[in-house]
Design a protein around this ligand. Structure first.
Ligand code: PMP
Length: 300
């Protein structure tokens, strides 16, 4: 599914066959989840393959490594160049790119001694994820920011995401909405959340979430379209009064929510401003102008 006999990955300075590459079984990354990673997408555009927000993603990877006290010396530009080369070698255009920084064998609970950068990429040509998700409030909270560096994208944090996402699926929902330790909405297992109410947009403040790059892009789009947005604390009850809501993330892009705990959002997705934001995002990732949408807003 992710690779075949031909696929290449980047491993610590070399391009290796994915099927032949291996890692040490005595590392902190495997045993303790002490690794940092990114999720990036590239798109086929009129000017060739473009990695969307490449700088932002690789800056965040470097920041994650720093917060985890890992020795890591790649520059953002070096990693971008390697990634374009990897895409070309694998003949990929619409792709998902997964950089991962793992640490050398060490069973002690001390910081990493040497890190290795791995970059994997695979085809993502199959369009969008399920739109109109049924979401439940998770019984699992997001990791407490006093216990983790939650603004870093750390492998170990995702055990929490797996628990929440699987719980939702086992109960017949598509995804989970996790709260922070104060009972406010935080985010999904792998995406940030926005809701729309009376033509205004709201999203949780930073502090209990992974501050997503797509979340920033949504702010940019709302700003460009002249739509109000605000970061604030809110509960699931307030969110259930919304006209519309969506998750946003590099993989999910902008995905409509149909309901929260079986309470449907009021507007038909197609009639919401959120659907316009989704359209704008789809233009933006392939380098297309979306300013025409601003004129359409007057008629919404
Ligand atoms: N929150 C979590 C927990 C995530 O895993 C992701 C995906 N990286 C996001 C939010 C969205 O981040 P981004 O928009 O940078 O992909």
């Amino acid at each position: 599914m992710y690779y075949n006999e031909e696929s290449l990955l980047y491993f610590d300075g070399e391009f290796l066959r994915a099927s032949k590459a291996s890692t040490d079984l005595y590392g902190q990354s495997l045993h303790y989840g002490y690794a940092v990673f990114e999720g990036i997408k590239s798109y086929q555009t009129a000017e060739g393959t473009k990695i969307f927000k490449a700088e932002e993603h690789y800056d965040r990877l470097r920041k994650s490594a720093e917060l985890m006290m890992m020795p890591f010396n790649y520059s953002t530009q070096e990693m971008i160049d390697i990634t374009y080369k990897l895409l070309e070698m694998n003949n990929l255009s619409n792709a998902y790119i997964r950089p991962l920084v793992i640490c050398s064998p060490n069973m002690s609970l001390s910081k990493g001694q040497k890190s290795t950068l791995v970059i994997e990429a695979w085809n993502w040509d199959n369009g969008y994820m399920t739109n109109k998700m049924k979401v439940m409030t998770s019984s699992f909270e997001r990791p407490n920011p006093k216990a983790f560096r939650i603004e870093a994208k750390v492998s170990g944090h995702y055990v929490n995401s797996i628990l929440a996402c699987q719980e939702a699926k086992d109960k017949g929902f598509d995804e989970a909405l996790l709260l922070d330790s104060n009972g406010n909405v935080a985010e999904s297992s792998g995406a940030n959340v926005f809701f729309e109410k009376d033509a205004k947009f709201y999203t949780p403040k930073k502090g209990n979430i992974l501050p997503g790059i797509t979340r920033e892009t949504v702010f940019e789009i709302l700003d460009q379209l002249g739509i109000y947005s605000e970061e604030k604390d809110f509960t699931p009850s307030e969110m259930k009064e919304a006209d519309a809501a969506f998750f946003c993330g590099t993989a999910a892009e902008i995905v409509a929510l149909e309901s929260l705990d079986n309470v449907q959002f009021k507007l038909k997705w197609e009639d919401s401003l959120s659907a316009v934001v989704q359209k704008a995002y789809r233009h933006l990732v392939v380098g297309e102008d979306y300013s025409y949408l601003k004129n359409q807003l007057q008629y919404v």
